[in-house]
Design a protein around this ligand. Structure first.
Ligand SMILES: [Zn+2]
Length: 259
């Protein structure tokens, strides 16, 4: 299967879903990344902005190596200024029709905040919205974006991360060390500071293990960093994939198994 992970900034994908992608890559699935902005505002120092794009792209490429991803696309829209609309959507459709993913993974665009400690960055929401609209009805609809000269590529599933309404919970305890290494490839983003790293990966994910009651969240009540979660939207369902990335717990799985 082919997976296209879409993020707004270098580091989004590794921090949010790195463990799941590592598992999928180990199982032989094809993983590609798409980063919508240049990451140039990933610094508080104005004098560092000019060099930040190259730094962060190099860091993202290093992280992709750790995860086992096959490639990464960069759009280089200006960090913090990502705007919803046809320009970004067309660019994403072009990548979807090139990569032909079965599954698109992207930020949940409905999450203005996540849990009770995170205001979700405007670029995250915008990239998620356009990723969703690019997957359907964009890339899969043959008469849309004909100027691209690329055949339609229907996406089978969307897995939206950073969601306040997850229905899939992946136990990434066995992948966590590798995920941590991938995240720490983003050296400019201060992840070598473990207090900062764990604030993001553990503390900001506490609401998931507190508010969601299932075998994965119960197991990791003390270690929320071992849980990744998605809102899985199935357009043309692939039931075998979730079994392959087990241990995983999915809401309504029992009902689905009967259908
Ligand atoms: Zn980000």
């Amino acid at each position: 299967m082919r997976f296209l992970a879409i993020g707004a900034h270098p580091d989004d994908i590794d921090a949010m879903i790195g463990g799941t992608l590592i598992r999928l890559a180990k199982q032989g699935h094809h993983i590609s990344y798409l980063i919508c902005t240049d990451g140039s505002k990933g610094t508080q120092r104005q004098e560092e902005v000019a060099g930040m794009q190259a730094t962060r792209q190099a860091e993202q490429r290093a992280a992709c190596q750790v995860v086992g991803a096959e490639g990464v696309y960069f759009f280089n829209y200006v960090d913090g200024e990502l705007e919803a609309g046809l320009s970004l959507r067309r660019d994403i459709v072009r990548v979807i029709r090139t990569v032909k993913p079965d599954v698109v993974l992207a930020w949940d665009p409905t999450a203005f905040w996540i849990g009770d400690t995170v205001i979700n960055h405007t670029d995250h929401r915008t990239s998620g919205k356009e990723a969703m609209d690019a997957a359907y009805p964009g890339a899969g609809h043959a008469t849309m974006f004909p100027e691209l000269g690329l055949p339609a590529s229907p996406t089978r599933e969307l897995w939206m991360y950073g969601s306040n309404f997850p229905n899939v919970f992946v136990d990434i305890e066995n992948e966590f060390a590798q995920k941590k290494a991938a995240v720490q490839s983003h050296v400019s983003q201060h992840y070598l500071d473990e207090d900062y790293l764990f604030q993001l990966l553990r503390d900001d994910n506490r609401w998931v293990v507190r508010d969601c009651d299932n075998p994965v969240t119960v197991k990791h009540r003390q270690h929320p960093e071992f849980v990744e979660s998605f809102r899985r939207i199935t357009l043309n369902r692939m039931p075998e994939v979730m079994g392959e990335i087990a241990p995983v717990w999915e809401l309504h799985r029992g009902e689905d198994a009967q259908s």
